[in-house]
Design a binder for this molecule. Sequence first.
Ligand code: PLP
Length: 418
Amino acid sequence: MTSEFQIQGITAAELAAQYGTPLYVYDGDSLRGQFTTLRELLHPDLEMFFSLKANPNVSVCALLASAGARAEVSSLVELRTALLAGVRPGDIIFLGPGKSEQEIAACLDEGIYALVCESFGELVLIDAAARERGMIAPVLLRVNPAFAVKGSGLTMGGKPRQFGIDEERLFAETDLVKTYPAVRLVGVHAYLGTRILDEQVVVENARRIFALAERLATHLDFPLEAVDIGGGLGVAYFAGERDLDPAVLAQLLNPVVADFLSRHGGTRLLLELGRYLTAPAGTYVVRVRYVKESMGEWFAVADGGTNHHMAAVGIGSFVKRNFPMRLLNRDGDGTGPWHVTGPLCTPNDTLGKAVELPELRVGDLVGVLRSGAYGPSASPVLFLSHGHPAEVLVDGGRSHLVRRRDTADDLLRQQIRY
Ligand SMILES: *Cc1c(COP(=O)(O)O)cnc(C)c1O
């Protein structure tokens, strides 16, 4: 038996009445707690960068920034979001394999800490843009390592990739520093995977990236001002998964950091966190519109679905695994397997398949929990033209609309009848 769902004393029913559904709601205490708990445990010299890709809402970013997060951005709008959220330019890095000249220019003009360079072609453009401005561009080299560490949802090392520059190619270079006079190599970046739930894997990644950075800086002969060990820390979504233990992670990782710093005092160390910081804080709230039976199975058809929550279709798996879900607006009696589906005209629009839930009724609110990362911004919000849902942040015991729901006029305005 569960009780009515609430965030800081505000019930889902109140939020739905005030802001409508479908709706994303974020708990500010959870966001802050997730950041602060890890911050207090980790080696103080390991700086935590929030990857805006996981949740690009400016208020979410501002809350994390006020708790001390730096920012890792990958587009012009993400860069502007981080600046609007109050992140200092000196605490922003820009990453991504397909940066435009406009984005490179913006990084230089804003004076961000470093561009994370992903190809030789990009080095040419960064060098040219810096020269035009009479500046020296700070660059972290993103390396596609020859090794991979197992235990991640999506492995990034040891494979042909569009990300970074192959380790072998970099070690074949001799005069990289001289070739791009307006570029200052400040360090090395590697990102080896996402959804990592094993503390040992994070530590092993860090150890190998530190070693790679030392070898590369020696080979290319530049002072190692910074090392970005990526991140990819996961959260548990599915049956059988468990959350990372921040205390265990810190206990294992801190000595590796300290060991590196004993040889490289003053080197800036970066850790990138997206999902880990925002996923637990978010709930996707939908309202049941219809309840129906088909061939002995029960369906609750809701007003929102995978158009706002594509990850619920399944992450890296052919078998559908359900995100944690619950009835939000009341205690429920009994349970049974429910298919919770959305309004789209595709059988893929299934938020939860055969989820054990109390008997659902029309008007009930159902929540998909742990949904604060890779939600609407990583979903086909325009599919069937429903548009972006509203987003609400609960902070200090009050709810704040942090993104308006798209209206029909918003969506039609972008189309042109020739
Ligand atoms: C996506 C991405 C992140 C954030 O990943 P999470 O798994 O959400 O923490 C960080 N760094 C890079 C390079 C990424 O591509």
